[in-house]
Design a protein around this ligand. Structure first.
Ligand code: ADP
Ligand code: ADP
Length: 236
């Protein structure tokens, strides 16, 4: 099953042609890792999947990304809706300077949910899905900034899940964390693919081998290989 079809995608930062004719089907309920050397376009490509780099000045994008039956670059597409359906977690944990509860409730509130019962349920479910509920359930009203880095990153995952996305984009989301926290996020990613589709940028090949089902290998703006991870890393 394919959840997103990328067709002939090109991207320029001014004169710099950063992505060349990328076509790939993103498999549903799988983990796809974007790999390749620094500067090859992994992060740029990831951000094209929820139009996170539209804001960059001088950027030009051609081609299509078909999701939910339409091109996400079509003029009528509601980018706020898109970013809710295709959530994102960044390299450094970036919780809002507010309570753990309010971090999770923030997205649902901006989408008009005000009922305390509903918000309580969303907060609990999201924190459970992000495997952090047991650690924080007794301090939901304390500041998120008091958590460890690894906990903050799982909170950021929970915050993305709170608006019920289909796809979760992770941009080097463990590279600022210690090995134990990294292991927890890797386990979590594997758990998440039962309900969600995960696309992750990693510079860590071992991580790609450990957690991903598919790998997309980029070199200098080209997608040079896309295949099952096992196949890509098997010795012929
Ligand atoms: P990776 O994630 O693989 O390290 P990036 O997607 O960050 O690569 O970058 C791909 C290329 O595009 C690099 O040459 C980088 O310098 C360039 N680039 C990235 N972001 C911008 C930007 N905002 N403006 C101009 N060039 C950029
Ligand atoms: P990361 O390793 O997290 O991708 P970078 O140092 O590559 O961080 O990029 C940091 C920011 O600068 C990003 O927003 C990226 O898009 C932008 N950037 C990267 N390369 C360039 C460039 N050549 N010109 C302008 N902006 C760039």
């Amino acid at each position: 099953d394919t959840i997103m079809e990328v067709k002939d995608l090109n991207l320029w930062y001014g004169d710099h042609h950063a992505l060349h004719d990328i076509s790939v089907d993103i498999p549903k309920n799988q983990i796809t890792a974007l790999i390749g050397p620094s500067g090859c376009g992994k992060s740029t490509f990831l951000k094209t999947l929820n139009r996170m780099n539209d804001l960059v000045e001088g950027i030009k994008i051609t081609g299509n990304v078909i999701y939910n039956g339409e091109n996400i670059y079509a003029p009528k597409v509601d980018v706020t809706w898109l970013r809710k359906r295709v959530g994102m977690v960044f390299q450094k944990p970036n919780p809002f300077p507010m309570s753990i509860y309010d971090n999770i409730a923030y997205g649902p509130r901006t989408h008009g949910i005000t009922s305390k019962v509903k918000l309580d349920n969303i907060v609990e479910k999201s924190l459970k899905d992000a495997a952090i509920w047991d650690e924080v359930k007794d301090r939901l009203n304390t500041s998120a900034l008091g958590m460890s880095g690894g906990q903050q990153q799982r909170l950021c995952i929970a915050r993305a899940l709170a608006v019920e996305p289909d796809i979760l984009l992770m941009d080097e989301s463990t590279s600022a964390l210690d090995p134990i926290s990294t292991g927890k996020i890797e386990e979590l990613a594997v758990e998440l693919k039962k309900k969600y589709t995960v696309v992750m940028v990693t510079h860590n090949m071992q991580q790609a081998v450990r957690v991903s089902d598919y790998c997309a290998f980029f070199l200098l703006g080209d997608l040079v290989e896309f295949s099952e991870t096992e196949q890509m890393f098997s010795v012929p």
